[in-house]
Design a protein around this ligand. Structure first.
Ligand code: SF4
Ligand code: SF4
Length: 320
């Protein structure tokens, strides 16, 4: 039997209550840090690194006249005053800071002195016990369909922690979803399967070369794991982020439909997720540039054509 430490801790970037987009019903979603993929459209870039990074919330800074503490503690002189500007709150003049990311080594010293939470680490460590307390606090909202979703990042990267949360929740009669890229050792999917009601499983591209170009890894392991979960009696909600110029084509959707058809009854739903670029400010917060600036969301007609295709295969499908 596989043994697990009771005092286990994990690294999360957020725990979100009342979530309605991460599986059936109303759920609490635990977002873990660390992901082996580098999807060009990633909506949570702060989750890609397991290591903490410096996050910057410009609006919260109270200015160097009232504060300025961060500049004094930075060991690398990466923080400096920028030109005075009008405050959006009361129209007074305020002098905020800038970060020279080329000098910043993410030591996080500035986050420990910032009184306004303008400079914060991208995540935090938390024990299994504290995650579970947070989950139980929301239990009254779950109803018949809702429960807990373990997401990321890629939650299977912190496998021991993800396994521990899933087991603890299942043993407390909560329903458990794991939101996964599918890129993790197959044996770990087999281990966790008894404690998971539904895998929210991303299928991003059926072509191995394009998969490498768009998400940074080959799709072979991902497709093998979808088959493995189906073969072992697991349930899959397939999620397809639908991104013009990248994976939104009839050819890719037909290949995806063929693949899903072969997974049989394991597939409870195929969700087509229209691309949007609302998360781009998150990139600026951690000092990165968003790469898909020239990609627009797909039209309603285009999304409908992909939905019609899935339905023509007699697959359960929806635009989400
Ligand atoms: S995290 Fe970066 S900006 Fe902040 S104190 Fe460390 S080096 Fe300076
Ligand atoms: S410590 Fe925080 S509030 Fe103070 S100047 Fe720096 S960023 Fe602004």
């Amino acid at each position: 039997m596989w043994l697990m430490s009771e005092n286990i801790k994990g690294r999360v970037y957020d725990i979100q209550g009342y979530s309605v987009h991460d599986g059936p019903g109303i759920r609490t979603t635990v977002f873990l840090m660390g992901c082996p993929l580098t999807c060009l459209w990633c909506h949570s870039p702060e989750s890609q690194n397991y290591d903490f990074q410096l996050s910057w919330f410009d609006m919260r800074c109270i200015g160097t006249v009232k504060c300025g503490l961060c500049i004094n503690v930075c060991p690398n002189s990466a923080l400096y005053e920028r030109e005075p500007e009008k405050s959006l709150i009361d129209n007074s003049t305020i002098t905020k800071i800038n970060i020279d990311r080329s000098k910043c080594d993410n030591c996080l010293a500035c986050t420990k002195v910032c009184p306004a939470n303008a400079l914060v680490p991208s995540g935090y460590d938390i024990s299994l016990e504290d995650v579970f307390k947070r989950i139980i606090k929301d239990k009254k909202y779950y109803g018949k369909d809702g429960g807990v979703t373990i997401s990321g990042g890629e939650p299977m990267e912190q496998f021991e922690f993800t396994y521990a949360i899933a087991k603890r929740c299942k043993e407390s009669n909560l329903t458990v979803c794991v939101d996964t890229t599918g890129f993790a050792p197959g044996e770990n999917y087999e281990k966790i399967l008894p404690y998971v009601d539904l895998f929210l499983f991303d299928l991003k591209h059926m072509d191995p070369k394009r998969s490498r170009n768009f998400v940074g890894v080959d799709n072979e392991l991902i497709l093998e794991n979808a088959k493995l979960i189906a073969k072992n009696g697991g349930k899959l909600q397939i999620r397809i982020p639908t991104i013009p110029k990248l994976n939104a084509s009839m050819e890719n959707m037909m290949k995806t439909a063929d693949f899903c058809k072969d997974l049989g009854d394991a597939v409870t739903m195929i969700q087509l997720l229209p691309y949007h670029n609302m998360g781009t400010t998150k990139y600026l917060r951690i000092g990165l540039n968003y790469k898909l600036v020239n990609v627009d969301p797909p039209s309603d007609e285009e999304m409908q054509s992909y939905l019609d295709l899935m339905l023509s295969y007699d697959l359960p499908a929806q635009i989400h």
